[in-house]
Design a protein around this ligand. Structure first.
Ligand SMILES: NC(=O)c1ccc[n+]([C@@H]2O[C@H](COP(=O)([O-])OP(=O)(O)OC[C@H]3O[C@@H](n4cnc5c(N)ncnc54)[C@H](OP(=O)(O)O)[C@@H]3O)[C@@H](O)[C@H]2O)c1
Length: 290
């Protein structure tokens, strides 16, 4: 069985390490962290491998090395590893969604890749239990993808290959919109309700079913067809009143409402090309085609 060497048994390193170990995708060889205590704790969770400094790693051709350290440490760790291993024949990958393969440049000669599990990792025990069906995007050298894609499948994940030309800054920005900014959007809804005098518990009760239903509809039919509401109906009077009401309590929230309204107007034009959106366009300051 191919061996895996792990640098960084943190939230992601522990989760992937344990899954890859228990599902037999790799035999875990060495585990390195910044401190032996942290590496030891990682080893206890992963269930295999030997604790050592990365300077003591002795990978052989066919082995894989996972750099599951924080994004800003990948370059330094890659440079340190390049001092002590011959990269030829190895598969070496990091787990960042935002970084490209440049930080791994000192290890050229190996098959290099990024393997990004599209999941929020907080508590490794929970993440191991909920990993089934998680998409892991893989991008990099073909020889690395040949090893990593089946390993993702073995741990219950779904590998999706990103073409070499995909700009990872934009790829990750998409994930930020879909996950982090969705959180911010829900908070904006709660803030509007709070300004109206509706407490958070009631607000969440009111919004939960429509939030779930909207998400299901977007995923089923796509955003254009799923769009409903005042902008999709061309109702400028309602939009003006809502922006005004918000501005009286929280001008920044009103600005956000109007900015999202501008993007929503574009969706509305695509959904209903024959709908008269002139009044809304004037209100939002967005002429047709702008
Ligand atoms: N967290 C997420 O939700 C998530 C999701 C997808 C992808 N990712 C990506 O996964 C990677 C790891 O993130 P994480 O959240 O798992 O980070 P983390 O929990 O902070 O773990 C980082 C690990 O790297 C070790 N480390 C840091 N600097 C090191 C160095 N110079 N030498 C050796 N070990 C070092 C740390 O060791 P010590 O414990 O000794 O400090 C720790 O074990 C990042 O690229 C991140 O972008 C994260």
């Amino acid at each position: 069985m191919a061996r895996l060497w792990i640098i960084g048994p943190g939230a992601v390193g522990r989760t992937l390490g344990r899954l890859l170990h228990t599902r037999g995708a790799f035999e875990i060889a060495g585990i390195a962290a910044r401190t032996p205590e942290s590496a030891q704790a990682g080893r206890a969770f992963i269930g295999g491998g030997a604790v050592m400094d990365l300077e003591a790693f002795t990978p052989s051709p066919g082995d894989a090395v996972m750099l599951s350290v924080r994004d800003e440490a990948i370059g330094d760790v890659a440079a340190r590893l390049a001092e002590v291993v011959d990269p030829v024949g190895l598969v070496i990958f990091h787990c960042s969604g935002a970084r490209d393969l440049e930080p791994l440049a000192p290890l050229r000669g190996a098959a290099l890749a990024a393997l990004h599990p599209v999941k929020a990792f907080a508590d490794p025990a929970r993440e191991v239990a909920t990993f089934e069906g998680v998409v892991c995007t893989v991008q990099g050298d073909a020889a690395a993808l040949e090893v990593l894609a089946p390993a993702v499948t073995a741990i219950g994940g779904e590998p999706v290959v990103l073409a070499a030309g995909v700009d990872r800054r934009l790829y990750h920005a998409g994930a930020v919109f879909a996950s982090n900014y969705l959180t911010t959007l829900v908070q904006a809804a709660l803030d509007a309700h709070a300004a109206a005098g509706i407490g958070q518990a009631d607000s969440l009760r009111i919004l939960s079913p429509i939030l779930r239903d909207a998400l299901a509809s977007i995923l089923e039919r796509g955003p254009v067809q799923a769009l409903t509401g005042p902008i999709a109906r061309g109702d400028a009077v309602t939009v003006a009143a809502q922006a005004e009401g918000l501005a009286a309590h929280d001008p920044a929230l009103s600005e956000l409402y109007l900015e999202l309204g501008r993007r929503t107007l574009d969706l509305s034009r695509r959904k209903s090309p024959d709908l008269d959106l002139t009044a809304l366009a004037a209100l939002l300051g967005r002429p047709p085609g702008a």
